[in-house]
Design a binder for this molecule. Structure first.
Ligand SMILES: [Ca+2]
Ligand SMILES: [Ca+2]
Length: 380
């Protein structure tokens, strides 16, 4: 009797899974899989770089052939939300072969923090190696704990490097100009601070007698929690997608020198139930363009610029972890609204647009299984 029930239950699960797939307006093609994949970016020749959180970097063809793990990746502090993170290409990659990696880096004692390194990628028969590695940015200060690194990387059309830096679950750094945590940062490609950043003169203006930590010059915007998505829309506007606390995930249009309010305001509440005042109680902080309760739990954010999914052009796509979905958001100037949600039946770590407009998806690994790389193409 018990066996029969189990068989029936399994069949129902199979039917439910098949049903979810058939309702999707696109084909889902599994390409290969990875051990805790975190980020994917396309090379100019149409292959991909894929990171695994434990510290592996691969070159992957679009038919799923993986190189050996690239040598010379910096040691990562793997654990909790930490490990190897994002990967980005230098704007002049075709000539200089420089790539950027973000990762969790161990510090003194039990402390750790996000770091960004750049290095030259050279391919060889087995895969390749990184050389001339230099760390160009670090979260300050390093703290204990394994969460909220943020550490998405994005270059803009002018060649500036943008970094999303999480609050490391310490709350107050998001409002502290002596920390670069809980901020969106704008740097030159070598990590130096652009002269026209909004807070380059902050310190001398505010407190000329205290120790000069020097990170305020990196800051473009503040009051962020854990910005796991960072992307430019098709008009060049910058947006971030933040994991909220209990409720209150946020999609924000990022503006120069603007304060987004965390941890003073959030449309979510603390995990232990203590309230956090909502955004509308403090209009001096910029409210999100859209917020979600229950949460999406973002993995990343892109704006779709292709033509293969013609109706999606210009829309934001958000990878959903706990929501196990891809969320499509229409934007109109500074306003935005969710228009559709695609149930993927697995935690989604990343969505990336391929060179031909197909959408590539990284699943977040479930316990005891590999996170798949999926290719999405429209149903005909
Ligand atoms: Ca906010
Ligand atoms: Ca609240």
């Amino acid at each position: 009797m018990r066996k029969v029930i189990v068989v029936i239950a399994l069949n129902l699960v199979a039917i439910a899974a098949g049903h979810a797939q058939s309702n999707l307006p696109f084909n889902v093609e599994p390409v290969t899989s990875f051990d805790e994949p975190w980020a994917l970016t396309f090379l100019p020749d149409g292959r991909m770089l894929v990171t695994e959180k434990k510290g592996n970097l691969f070159i992957v063809t679009r038919d799923g052939q993986k190189s050996d793990s690239i040598d010379g990746v910096p040691d990562v502090d793997y654990g909790g939300q930490g490990g190897l993170g994002d990967v980005a290409l230098h704007p002049n990659y075709p000539a200089n072969k420089i790539i950027y990696l973000s990762y969790a880096e161990g510090g003194v004692g039990d402390t750790r923090g996000a770091a960004v390194a750049r290095a030259v990628l050279t391919e060889d028969s087995g895969g390749g190696y990184l050389s001339d590695l230099e760390v160009i940015w670090r979260q300050y200060p390093k703290v204990v704990g394994f969460g909220h690194y943020g550490h998405r990387l994005q270059f803009d059309d002018e060649g500036y490097l943008w970094i999303s830096s999480g609050d490391r679950q310490k709350f107050t750094p998001s409002q502290d100009m002596q920390s670069n945590m809980g901020k969106i940062l704008r740097l030159h490609d070598d990590g130096s601070i652009p002269d026209d950043n909004p807070f380059v003169d902050y310190f001398t203006n505010q407190n000329p007698l205290a120790d000069d930590i020097g990170v305020y010059g990196q800051i473009w915007s503040l009051g962020h929690r854990n910005p796991l998505g960072l992307a430019f829309d098709l008009d060049g506007g910058l947006w971030d997608m933040e994991m909220g606390p209990s409720g209150g995930d946020e999609l924000n249009r990022i503006r120069r020198a603007t304060n987004y309010g965390y941890p003073i305001v959030s449309n979510g509440e603390h995990y232990d139930g203590r309230p956090i005042p909502n955004h509308d109680t403090h209009p001096e902080f910029q409210a999100p363009a859209v917020w979600w309760t229950p949460v999406v739990s973002p993995g990343n954010l892109i704006f779709y610029g292709g033509t293969m999914f013609r109706d999606w052009r210009g829309d934001a796509l958000i990878a959903g972890l706990s929501s196990q979905a891809i969320v499509r958001v229409e934007i109109d100037g500074d306003t935005a609204r969710e228009v559709e949600r695609y149930n993927m039946g697995a935690r989604i770590r990343g969505v990336v647009e391929g060179p031909d407009g197909a959408i590539w998806v990284l699943e977040d690994e479930e316990e005891g299984s590999m996170g798949r790389l999926l290719k999405l193409t429209p149903r005909r």
